[in-house]
Design a binder for this molecule. Structure first.
Ligand code: BTN
Length: 263
């Protein structure tokens, strides 16, 4: 594993498991060090955001979870989702020579189809033993007709994106290197340079979006992300800027063409 820390020493590999995030959490609670990696060839109860399931068929994707122990204040933990998306999107762009983008906060897209998802779960927040489980799932060698019917029009795989089958270990190493690079830049230099890179690959920025806010459906234009990873949206109704820190944001219209600096 040609990385500095991620998956370098402590790796558990399963043929199948319920959820790699659950196993990584068990390990973190027992004191597992930063960089401990859990990978499985399939998951029987892979989880996504909002309690959704993550389709995790055998031999077709990568399902991994990493223990992180970031010395960040609780209000900065959400940036970990952004930098994970950034590192993975840039790494895939270099590997496949094709642009990958991020739909804020946690979806990796290829031509607006979701190809990978990120699930960060933090615990013991604010304590010395605070930890975050970085969960990442990506469709790799899955064909369109093998995708669940309900996501077939919206999802993609590396195979669908590039027309070729990929060595999953090669993809794993590139993604871990990409995310790890961003993680250590964050810890050493802070978020600012990373945010500039994020703005280039973020599909949500400059788009018309809709989302639930205090029980209302709000429409607006995504104008920026702040230092804590919140999405800033200018409301269509009164021009006020709201900062959103979680939740689902729907893209309504395409943004102007962006220059994806992925390759
Ligand atoms: C999402 O898009 O909602 C997030 C999907 C995250 C899926 C990954 S697969 C590996 C890890 N283990 C899980 O149970 N979930 C994450």
């Amino acid at each position: 594993m040609d990385t500095k820390c991620f998956g370098r020493n402590d790796i558990e590999i399963y043929e199948t498991i319920g959820s790699t995030n659950n196993r990584a959490r068990e390990l973190a609670l027992k004191g597992a060090p930063e960089g401990t990696l859990v990978i499985s060839d399939s998951q029987s109860a892979g989880r996504g955001r909002f309690g959704r399931s993550w389709h995790s068929p055998q031999g077709k994707g990568l399902y991994l979870s990493m223990v992180l122990r970031p010395p960040l204040p609780p209000d900065r933990l959400p940036v970990l989702t952004l930098i994970t998306g950034l590192g993975a999107a840039e790494a895939l762009g270099r590997l496949c020579r094709s642009p990958f983008t991020v739909k804020w906060p946690n979806d990796l897209l290829h031509h607006d189809r979701k190809i990978a998802g990120i699930l960060l779960e933090s615990d013991h927040i604010g304590r010395a033993d605070q930890f975050t489980i970085l969960g990442f799932g990506i469709n790799i060698n899955i064909a369109r007709e093998e995708l669940p019917a309900e996501v077939r029009e919206r999802a993609a795989s590396l195979y669908m994106a590039t027309g070729q089958k990929w060595d999953r270990v090669e993809v794993l190493v590139k993604i871990l290197q990409g995310i790890e690079g961003c993680y250590f830049v964050l810890l050493e230099d802070g978020i600012h340079g990373l945010l500039d890179r994020y703005r280039r690959i973020c599909r949500t920025l400059d788009s018309e979006v809709a989302f639930q806010y205090d029980g209302d459906l709000v429409r607006g234009r995504a104008v920026d992300v702040d230092d804590s990873g919140r999405l800033m949206v200018q409301k269509s109704s009164d021009g006020r800027v709201l900062k959103i820190d979680s939740g689902e944001v729907t893209l309504l219209k395409s943004p102007p063409p962006i220059d994806c600096q992925n390759g």
